[in-house]
Design a protein around this ligand. Structure first.
Ligand code: DX5
Ligand code: ZN
Length: 236
């Protein structure tokens, strides 16, 4: 399998320090290039891109053409979270768009096993996401195929929603993953108050939209840095 470009530059996907992946769903939609550069310069580990189809979730965001336009601005890893159904017809398009990690929801169709295989054969890291109502056990037979498990701590579709506690699920997944090289990512409502519990339960990556972009802008990028440092300090 091809390793994402950022790993070639010496940044491993799985070094154990907790990672922050700002969701550009909370960025200025008229200025993605500068927003991406600003969050990376301020210390973002990955860039999280939320793809929504108005069908699997009640909101619409980015198609492959938009994601391809983001690509040259991303120097770290582009972490693409698909909230779409079906998934399989679009895997190749998101690979061509330059996704490093492509995450599909287990609820998005009957064949998550095939979907994860297809993501890996397209040369990307494969992620699998769980809605708050879906148990950890839904992943029992696909953990060997996954590089990342995304635990949703809101119902997907919108930024800025209230955190739903999934501590028990994260603990359970940590046990199920065992010695496998699979990262746990938490997505939704992460801020300096909610992040520590998730870090303690075993999270590796925290997605944060509103808590990173709040109060900042490309003119005031230092606020993004302060917001990220506040989350890091809370989980340290
Ligand atoms: C929700 C998305 C999240 C969301 C996170 O459907 O998957 O990535 O944008 O935003 P906050 O951090 O504002 O909850
Ligand atoms: Zn997301």
């Amino acid at each position: 399998m091809k390793w994402p470009r950022a790993m070639k530059a010496g940044r491993s996907m799985s070094d154990r320090r907790i990672k922050i992946a700002p969701s550009i769903l909370s960025a200025d939609f008229a200025d993605f290039g500068r927003e991406i550069r600003a969050i990376e310069e301020q210390g973002a580990d990955w860039v999280h891109v939320d793809v929504m189809d108005g069908h699997f979730v009640p909101n619409l965001t980015f198609g492959p053409m938009a994601v391809k336009a983001f690509r040259p601005h991303v120097k770290t890893l582009m972490d693409v979270h698909l909230m779409i159904a079906p998934v399989d017809p679009y895997i190749e398009a998101y690979a061509e768009a330059g996704a490093d990690i492509l995450t599909a929801h287990v609820e998005a169709g009957p064949h998550i096993h095939r979907t994860l295989q297809a993501i890996k054969s397209a040369g990307m890291k494969a992620g699998v996401a769980l809605n708050p109502g879906t148990p950890a056990e839904a992943l029992e037979h696909v953990l060997d195929l996954a590089d990342l498990v995304c635990v949703m701590t809101v119902n997907p579709g919108f930024g800025g929603q209230k955190y739903i506690d999934m501590t028990a699920k994260v603990r359970r997944l940590r046990e199920m993953i065992g010695a496998r090289d699979v990262l746990i990512e938490i997505d939704g409502g992460m801020d300096p108050k909610t992040a520590p519990g998730m870090a303690e339960a075993g999270a590796d990556v925290l997605v944060a939209g509103s808590a990173v972009f709040r109060g900042g802008s490309v003119e005031k990028p230092e606020v993004y840095g302060q917001n990220m440092r506040a989350i890091r300090a809370a989980v340290a």
